[in-house]
Design a protein around this ligand. Structure first.
Ligand code: SAM
Length: 304
């Protein structure tokens, strides 16, 4: 098996030599196919193989997982995803890129879908590609101009997703990671943590992108936990958003606009031991869940 290890190391070495995620290879591909980066598509390609390798390692736990990539670009990350999984499906909006990916990566278990991810029916795609019992994961160096809409689209999917591992702007990542009393804590943090365990995989410098953006980045992983099952999740999400509407105001002030009844608002907050003079930023996910439960009950299943 020593010989076997050596062979594997050699294979890995030769693969690394051809990594797309280097300045040299990226420029070479751009020249060869005339695919210069388009700002309007949020194109910043990774030029550091160590970074894409770490994303792929975090994203995939077994070769059998079905991997969906969003925005493969010229294939920096795609290449490593294909090394680690037997099935990769990549959504790309830029029609210049499929031919590049097919020529430069050419794994037979890579499929490219030329579609705008915001227009894709995620549930339908999962049903189309998933084999019985197969786990589904998402990986991406996201186009930053649509980070939140993409993630919410995935959070709202009905088909089961195991985990999502994505690069995003550092400031946005911090909001997902924030807990009560943190400066960045908001409705997005609460709603995300209702569905997922959120953890930071790594910080990433702006210098590992071509062209280099004006912001630093972070890789975040969302693992779906199925801890909570509220009857009307949309009502819960609306309640949370309402409580954060005006950050400087008390929770009572924001919440009474939601239930449209001052006395009732005060009564409900007190019933779940939330001091009406605190701010939404001080409330935990469990506080919001308890507030939802009493509110949903008293307003006759959400007629508000
Ligand atoms: N994965 C590559 C990498 O890491 O080098 C490229 C990442 S780049 C930040 C974002 C990619 O998403 C680009 O390839 C861009 O064309 C693609 N993209 C932008 N908007 C998209 C959309 N609405 N649907 C699908 N792909 C999109």
């Amino acid at each position: 098996s020593d010989e076997c290890d050596k062979r594997r190391d050699r294979r890995k070495e030769s693969f690394m030599k051809q990594a797309i995620a280097t300045v040299k290879k990226t420029k070479e591909i751009q020249e060869k196919y005339k695919v210069f980066t388009k700002k309007s598509f949020g194109q910043n390609f990774i030029i550091e193989p160590g970074v894409v390798e770490k994303i792929a390692n975090a994203a995939i736990q077994s070769r059998d997982e079905l991997v969906f990539e969003i925005g493969p670009g010229i294939g920096a990350l795609t290449q490593f995803l294909c090394e680690k999984s037997n099935q990769v499906v990549a959504f790309e909006i830029d029609e210049r890129l499929p031919v590049v990916l097919e020529n430069e990566i050419g794994f037979d278990h890579l499929q490219i879908v030329l579609e705008d991810i915001l227009k894709v029916d995620i549930d339908e795609k999962i049903r189309e590609f998933r084999k019985p019992g197969q786990k589904v994961v998402f990986a991406s160096n996201l186009p930053y101009y649509i980070t939140t809409p993409i993630l919410f689209k995935l959070f709202e999917a009905n088909e089961e997703i195991e985990r999502i591992t994505v690069m995003m702007q550092k400031e946005v990542g911090e909001r997902f990671l924030a807990h009560e009393n943190d400066k960045e804590y908001n409705a997005l943090s609460v709603i995300t943590q209702y569905r997922c365990d959120v953890k930071k995989v790594m910080d990433v410098s702006r210098r590992v992108f071509w062209p280099s953006p004006n912001v630093d980045s972070m890789v975040i992983q969302f693992s779906f936990h199925h801890k909570y099952h509220l009857e009307d999740e949309n009502y819960f999400f609306d309640l949370v958003k309402a409580c954060f509407t005006q950050r400087r105001k008390t929770i009572y002030n924001n919440f009474q606009n939601f239930v449209k009844d001052k006395a009732l608002a005060k009564e409900l907050l007190e019933k779940v031991n939330i001091d009406p003079s605190t701010r939404a930023q001080q409330c935990t996910l469990e506080d919001f869940i308890r507030l939802y439960e009493v509110t949903y009950e008293s307003t006759g299943k959400g007629k508000n």
